[in-house]
Design a protein. Structure first.
Length: 279
């Protein structure tokens, strides 16, 4: 499905009903809006696992501006403020009130910015495997610990020049993102818009600092990390929690899990998400 939010058209998909029978009444479930990572990926990485949460929420998958099946758009509008405002505009057009917003990796950065710009809009926030401020040395050290010096260097080279170092990244770095091999077809199902990744790496990541944005967030927030995540090590979760001074925070670090911890420990993580969403 596609929806026009004013200056662009976004693709989204929905799983589960909003109203469900409950005795003599129809009970309205919350909407769980999922913001994918990348940057440059699409919503496919959430499927099929997140369908299991339709007992407690209606699931909405969104391809963000310039990515996936959404319109390509103009790269002059590729920035965190715009992506955050898109979340709000998307909800306004579809009349989604007080969503629970989950952002993973890059999606978590968008979620932080959105919840700071519109603090009364989300009912809850879930920040997973993300960062408020890039720390390349921290990530490189973790990749080195997990895969040796060659992996650490390949990560740094990819960040500096993703076009010419993509093959080494796929061979040496990407396999370290998670502790389990997972679904071998998952990466093939997704749509990658590399232009967004390159734009983010060159123009946004170096100066990004969302620490002050975190202090504006007031809704209950779940901070969810894997203890073996080399891209956003658990210390990044600690740093996020430290800045969430005006929100009620639940902090979970999943053992033996990497980037997007549900990929490695689906049963454990889904139980945490279900409990937080239904609370």
């Amino acid at each position: 499905m596609r929806v026009n939010i004013g200056d662009t058209t976004l693709f989204f998909d929905v799983d589960g009903e909003l109203f469900t029978p409950s005795g003599p009444q129809m009970r309205e479930k919350p909407t769980l809006l999922l913001l994918h990572g990348g940057p440059g990926l699409d919503h496919a990485g959430f499927k099929p696992l997140f369908s299991q949460l339709t007992d407690v929420a209606q699931i909405v998958y969104l391809d963000q501006r310039g990515m996936g099946r959404s319109d390509p758009d103009n790269k002059s509008r590729w920035n965190l403020d715009q992506w955050a405002k898109d979340v709000h505009s998307f909800c306004e057009v579809l009349e989604i009130e007080n969503p629970i917003v989950l952002g993973v990796s890059f999606g978590g950065m968008v979620a932080m910015k959105y919840a700071s710009l519109f603090p009364d809009h989300p009912s809850k926030l879930i920040l997973s495997s993300t960062t408020a401020r890039s720390d390349l040395q921290l990530s490189r050290d973790m990749f080195t610990r997990l895969g040796g010096e060659e992996a650490g260097l390949a990560f740094l080279n990819f960040v500096e020049d993703s076009t010419n170092n993509f093959e080494d990244f796929q061979r040496l770095v990407l396999p370290l993102y998670n502790t389990t091999s997972g679904d071998p077809d998952a990466s093939k199902r997704g749509i990658m818009t590399k232009a967004v990744l390159d734009h983010f790496s060159e123009n946004i990541r170096p100066e990004m600092d969302l620490r002050s944005d975190l202090r504006e967030i007031i809704c209950p927030t779940l901070v969810l990390f894997g203890d073996s995540d080399p891209l956003t090590p658990p210390l990044q979760g600690d740093r996020i929690v430290r800045e969430l001074v005006n929100a009620e925070v639940r902090h979970e670090t999943i053992n033996n899990a990497g980037h997007g911890p549900w990929r490695d420990r689906p049963t454990e993580v889904l139980a945490i998400l279900r409990d937080f969403v239904a609370l």
